[in-house]
Design a protein around this ligand. Structure first.
Ligand SMILES: C[S@@+](CC[C@H](N)C(=O)[O-])C[C@H]1O[C@@H](n2cnc3c(N)ncnc32)[C@H](O)[C@@H]1O
Length: 280
């Protein structure tokens, strides 16, 4: 069967490409070069896409997805990684690189991935830290990842092992069981307003509720984290939050009222507010 015929049959262009990449273990560009898709593969793809059309996220059906060009294990215990979160990682990388230039040889550079889910943020940053370590920019670093879901932490552990990332995993209600100071706290907390969950995107309803629900106004976690994070930040430490497109002003207000300074919002590729950085 030709690719165009399969897409016509499933009625789903992007999902069909992704499923074929997975089933054939092929790169995206190579999928377009395939002259003939075998019948068993076409049947398998059609079956998966039928389940997807009924509302199961593709990443759960395939057991994995790509984030920042790397493959991560994904199960229904974790949020499906979003491309929107890549801007958070990019900004975190810039901060780590800048800090590495004035690095402190006496203590490790400490990063906290708070609300880590599948571990995509901390693990992506571990690649950079490993590279910087090899370049002798950062002598030592420590990455800690925290979640309040034991099942999510199990997925994060699998991903850390898959990517050979040396990460401490902590089961904790936000910062309750986290000790010490960090140079960077990166956090993609649940930030969807309770009543908005699944309104625009029904696939979201299959994701863990606790990964999405940010309370009545979506700001519950920003308030909680900002009320307890100060003692966990080093002198030049920074908190970097992913935010909803309409939450920058509200998160800035919470940060300033909680006594932080230097609050800055950053936009994503769609020109919508996506990240807020906050200093002590
Ligand atoms: C929006 S998801 C982010 C997951 C991952 N960092 C990502 O970007 O794909 C939020 C995560 O926060 C976790 N979480 C919810 N309540 C928490 C709490 N009280 N303490 C720590 N983690 C919590 C959820 O289990 C979920 O994994």
């Amino acid at each position: 069967m030709k690719l165009a015929q399969l897409i016509a049959q499933t009625g789903e262009h992007e999902a069909t490409i992704q499923v074929l990449c997975h089933l054939l273990e092929a790169k995206r560009t190579n999928v377009f070069l395939i002259k003939d898709i075998s019948e068993p593969i076409a049947k398998q793809a059609i079956k998966i896409i039928e389940q997807y059309k009924k509302g199961t996220p593709l990443a759960y059906l395939l057991g994995s997805t790509y984030f920042y060009n790397r493959k991560f294990i994904v199960t229904p215990s974790v949020l499906v990684p979003r491309h929107d979160t890549e801007i958070l990682v990019e900004l975190a990388e810039k901060k780590i690189i800048a800090d590495s230039l004035i690095g402190n040889e006496n203590s490790p550079y400490r990063i906290l991935d708070l609300c880590c889910g599948s571990g995509i943020i901390g693990i992506s940053l571990a690649y950079l830290c490993d590279w910087l370590h090899q370049q002798n920019h950062v002598l030592r670093y420590e990455i800690t990842a925290v979640d309040y879901s034991a099942d999510a932490l199990a997925v994060a552990a699998q991903n850390a092992s898959l990517h050979h990332a040396d990460i401490n995993l902590i089961y904790s209600d936000l910062l309750t069981d986290v000790h010490g100071k960090f140079d960077l706290i990166v956090c993609n907390p649940p930030y969807v307003r309770t009543t908005d969950i699944g309104v625009e995107d029904p696939w979201v309803l299959q994701e863990p509720h606790m990964a999405l629900d940010g309370g009545i106004d979506g700001l519950f976690f920003y308030r909680r984290i900002l009320s307890t994070a100060r003692p966990h930040l080093s002198t030049y430490g920074m908190i970097m939050f992913e935010i909803g497109y309409d939450q920058a002003a509200a998160v800035e207000k919470i940060a300033l009222e909680s006594g932080y300074s230097s609050v800055k919002a950053y936009k994503d590729l769609a020109n919508r507010d996506r990240v807020v950085t906050i200093r002590v």
